[in-house]
Write a protein that binds this ligand. Structure first.
Ligand code: C5P
Length: 216
C-alpha cells in the first residue's frame, strides 16, 4: 500500500502542557492514541508523515518523523516550520488557555490562588486552515463533544475553516481508551463510524484521505 507515496502529511497529537511555574502546569486527559494511530496508518500507505506531538507515553510509530513539543505555541511553531504539506490533521487536544506568564521560580500557593491569569492559546487548526498562502489541500480537524455531537461538529467545521471534521462522542471512556465512535463530516457528506477500535478509525480515515487526494 503506497498510494500516498510522495504526499506530505502533518499530524498533531496528544495534549499540550502549559507551564505555570517550574513544577506546575495546565493540561488535559488526551492520551495521543488516536493521533498516533492515524500517523501510523498514513505512513503504512507510503505518506511522508510528520507527527507534532505533545507529551505522551507512546513510542514513535514506525516510519513516522516525530517532533516533540510541550505548549500550544510550540506546537503551532513546529507545524508552521514543517509546511508545506498536502494534508494537515489536527488531532491534538490543545489546551484552550495558558498562564499569562510562566513563572521562573516556584510560586507560592497563596500567590497562585489570587493571581493565576489565563490567556487564550492560538488556534492551530484555524490558523492553518485559514492561511492565505500555502494552505494544505486537505485540512482535517477533530471535535470531541459530549452532547449534540454531530450538530456541534458541523458548526465547528465552519468556524475553524477546515475541510473535514471528525466528530467524537467523548461522554464515556473514549479518552485514554482503545475504542472510538466517530462521524466524518465534510461540506457534502456525513459518514458514521460506529464504535470500533481506534486503529480501525485510523485506517478508515487514511483510506478516505487516499481517495480524496487521488481525486484532486
Ligand atoms: O475548539 P476545539 O478545541 O473544540 O477544537 C478542536 C479541534 O481544533 C481539534 O482538531 C484540535 O486539534 C484543534 N485545536 C487547535 N488549536 C487549539 C484548539 C483546538 O488546533 N488551540
Amino acid at each position: 500500500m503506497t498510494r500516498l507515496a510522495g504526499k506530505r502529511i502533518i499530524v498533531t497529537a496528544g495534549p499540550t502542557l502549559e507551564a505555570i511555574d517550574p513544577v506546575r502546569f495546565l493540561s488535559n486527559r488526551s492520551s495521543g492514541k488516536q493521533g498516533y494511530l492515524i500517523a501510523e496508518a498514513l505512513a503504512q500507505r507510503g505518506a511522508d508523515v510528520c507527527l507534532v506531538s505533545g507529551p505522551v507515553c507512546l513510542p514513535c510509530p514506525f516510519g513516522v518523523t516525530r517532533i516533540e513539543v510541550e505548549s500550544a505555541r510550540d506546537m503551532l511553531a513546529a507545524v508552521e516550520a514543517e509546511l508545506p504539506a498536502d494534508v494537515f490533521i489536527a488531532v491534538a487536544a490543545v489546551a484552550d488557555w495558558r498562564p499569562a506568564q510562566a513563572r521562573a521560580r516556584k510560586a507560592e500557593k497563596s500567590a497562585l490562588e489570587t493571581s493565576l491569569h489565563l490567556v487564550e492559546n492560538p488556534d492551530i487548526l484555524r490558523t492553518i486552515a485559514t492561511r492565505q498562502a500555502g494552505r494544505p489541500d486537505l485540512v482535517i480537524g477533530f471535535a470531541a463533544e459530549t452532547h449534540d455531537v454531530a450538530g456541534r461538529a458541523r458548526a465547528k467545521r465552519l468556524r475553524k475553516g477546515c475541510d473535514w471534521i471528525i466528530a467524537n462522542d467523548v461522554s464515556g471512556d473514549v479518552m485514554g481508551g482503545d475504542e472510538n465512535a466517530a462521524w466524518l463530516i465534510s461540506d457534502h457528506e456525513e459518514i458514521a463510524w460506529s464504535r470500533t477500535q481506534k486503529a480501525e478509525i485510523a485506517a478508515r480515515l487514511a483510506g478516505r484521505i487516499e481517495a480524496a487526494l487521488c481525486a484532486l
